[in-house]
Design a protein around this ligand. Structure first.
Ligand code: GLC
Length: 610
């Protein structure tokens, strides 16, 4: 590891320093300094523009400020910065990468036959690239992310002018696949600095290791000198977000992107940095911490993922479990063995086994399983109960009885004591395929289900975020009468073009790219004409969402990733994980010990509840 890469990040509350920052423009002054803050109120990662306000930006002096950083000062040497600039300007130079085996892009995108698609041949893609580039956010002259939406006609911006961690993932992957690595590297390193930031809500600090939901670059007058301005990275950990939702998925996505960066560029020096390793461990520790929970799934509050509003997904929602599993697998691949991490790795391995068993066994739903639930005995007090969660068969919703095809199945949305959420949630199911949380058979069955239910899940625009929508009294009680989440809109059964990229990775992984091709073709009919909406409304996704932003960046990036991957399917392996033999063995041991498989159904005097 190069000396400049050796950066120590200490936990919050202790001295915190990093003199190694991502790249700066070539004309930047190669002197970075951490300056003590004179303001106790102001916070965020800071970069001082030493020229007077109104002058052209040239020379960043980077400053970290905050309550815990009062006395921290660190100077970087010229060669550190130049080293960074070099590595960012020449992303593929000298790097051993899986991409090395592939033809490199030359003024265009890679295609499966190795030829390049020259600019101008596909106007939708060209437009998408232009829009994606227009959404780039710069900090101290360096690209660090993309804003959520760039809708010039939107009357209320809310927080759509921020860089959302989850929204940046498809943007980052599009840039990686295009061979533009610096924005992804910068994003990874800057968001890592925000991870340690002190965040409070009404005097309460959420757990260390939490990654923000989003951040914003603000230009503010410099303390004590009104003629100067500085740029501040201001994170939101949910303390300003609508509903104060916790961004549980951010750290998980960050780990997944970090691994994709290493795989795509071949540059493992980023993941090997001490600060990055510390960041991974902080996220893991937060997720693996003991609590009151009985299940290996991660217990979260409502709205802690892509669905960031109240939608009855508190508890153990599938999306979080799939990302959690994926992040554990990716982290295991990246953690460098060192003294003191053995316990963490052991905990991680144990959790992987328990989590995959739990999801595959208890979340799986197909005709056979519905029939089993339909005939469940209840109130079983015993260690080897078949109906462990005491699910009353009456819970089987009427829509499901007709909806479930004979062939195919899916993982249910959530499982709690006496409660199965039978809704189909797309992201959780697709990412379970991508990460191999679902077995091979289950993964194929999920895709079979998608094909069988195309008219409902895709219809006129891919892809329904969940199915079906909640209506009437159920909507009133579960969403709290949320006017944005009315039936078949937004999170409540709306259709989100961004989900195209996850569908593409999943179908390529299972050797069934034609599913994604069909979906992309459908999207192409309208998406650019409709100005890249955030989501569509109605059962068949016929209308642009009532409150949808236009020029939504992850709709644009999701489409681009789908196109890039379909043109070059082998690149999907930067994102997928295969089940390893240890996990497979542990899983089959648990399966054979499971009472559901070994115990015969007891004769009962009680009538079945139907
Ligand atoms: C909406 C989405 C959320 C996304 C945000 C920014 O709130 O539900 O997933 O991150 O918009 O696009």
């Amino acid at each position: 590891m190069a000396a400049s890469e050796t950066v120590l990040r200490l936990p919050l509350g202790s001295l915190f320093s990093s003199c190694h920052l991502p790249s700066f423009s070539l004309n930047s002054t190669p002197l970075l300094s951490f300056k003590p803050s004179s303001s106790r109120k102001r916070r965020g990662l800071r970069c001082t523009n030493t020229l007077a306000r109104g002058d052209t930006f040239q020379s960043p002096d980077c400053v970290f400020k905050g309550k815990k950083l009062q006395s921290t000062r660190c100077r970087c040497q010229r060669n550190d910065v130049e080293e960074d600039i070099r590595s960012n300007l020449l992303p593929s130079d000298g790097l051993k990468s899986d991409l090395d085996e592939m033809p490199l892009p030359v003024n265009g995108n890679l295609s499966s036959n190795g030829s390049t698609q020259s600019a101008g041949t596909n106007s939708i893609e060209d437009e998408a690239w232009d829009l994606l580039r227009q959404s780039i956010v710069y900090y101290c002259g360096s690209p660090i992310g993309t804003i959520a939406a760039n809708d010039p006609n939107s009357t209320s911006v809310l927080n759509y002018d921020q860089v959302f961690i989850r929204d940046f993932i498809p943007s980052g992957i599009a840039f990686l696949l295009k061979g533009e690595y610096d924005i992804v590297r910068n994003f990874i390193l800057y968001t890592l600095q925000l991870q340690s930031w002190e965040k409070t809500m009404d005097c309460h600090s959420p757990g260390q290791g939490l990654m923000p939901a989003s951040f914003k670059v603000k230009t503010v007058p410099l303390d004590g000198d009104d003629s100067l301005t500085e740029e501040v990275l201001d994170p939101d950990f949910g303390e300003a977000a609508i509903g104060r939702v916790a961004p549980v998925d951010s750290g998980l996505w960050w780990i997944i992107l970090l691994r994709a960066y290493g795989k795509c560029t071949g540059d493992v020096s980023v993941q090997e940095r001490v600060d990055v390793q510390t960041g991974i461990k902080m996220i893991l520790k937060l997720c693996l911490a003991d609590g009151f929970d009985m299940f290996p799934t991660l217990l979260v509050t409502d709205g802690s993922c892509m669905i960031d509003r109240r939608m009855g997904i508190h508890g153990h929602p599938l999306e979080i479990q799939a990302l959690f599993y994926s992040a554990l697998v990716c982290a295991r691949e990246m953690l460098t063995p060192e003294d003191g991490s053995a316990d963490l790795i052991r905990a991680l391995n144990n959790r992987l086994v328990a989590l995959s068993f739990h999801i595959r066994e208890y979340y799986w739903l197909d005709m056979k399983k519905i029939n089993e639930i339909y005939r469940y005995q209840t109130e079983e007090y015993s260690y080897d109960a078949v109906n462990k969660f005491n699910i009353y068969p009456d819970q089987i919703p009427s829509w499901l009885v007709d909806f479930m095809p004979n062939r195919g199945g899916y993982l249910i949305g959530n499982l709690q004591p006496a409660h199965m959420d039978f809704r189909f949630f797309s992201l959780g199911n697709l990412w379970s395929i991508v990460s191999s949380l679902a077995t091979n058979d289950q993964s194929h069955a999920i895709l079979d289900f998608v094909e069988a239910k195309w008219a409902e899940l895709v219809a006129d625009m891919p892809f329904k975020i969940c199915y079906p929508a909640m209506e009437g009294e159920e909507w009133r009680i579960i969403t709290g009468s949320d006017p944005k989440n009315t039936p078949w809109s937004y999170h409540n059964g709306g259709s989100w073009p961004t989900l195209l990229w996850q569908l593409t990775v999943a179908s390529i992984k299972m050797g069934r790219p034609e599913i994604a091709e069909k979906a992309v073709e459908l999207a192409e009919r309208r998406i650019a004409i409709d100005k890249w909406p955030e989501y569509y409304d109605t059962k068949r996704a016929r209308f642009i969402g009532k409150q949808a932003r236009l020029y939504q960046t992850w709709s644009i990036a999701g489409y681009l990733v789908a196109k890039l991957l379909l043109a070059n399917p082998s690149a999907a392996k930067f994102l997928t994980s295969e089940e390893d033999s240890d996990l497979r063995n542990a899983f089959s041991c648990m399966i054979s010990a499971n009472p559901r498989r070994t115990r015969g159904r007891k004769k009962t005097q009680q009538p079945f509840i139907v």
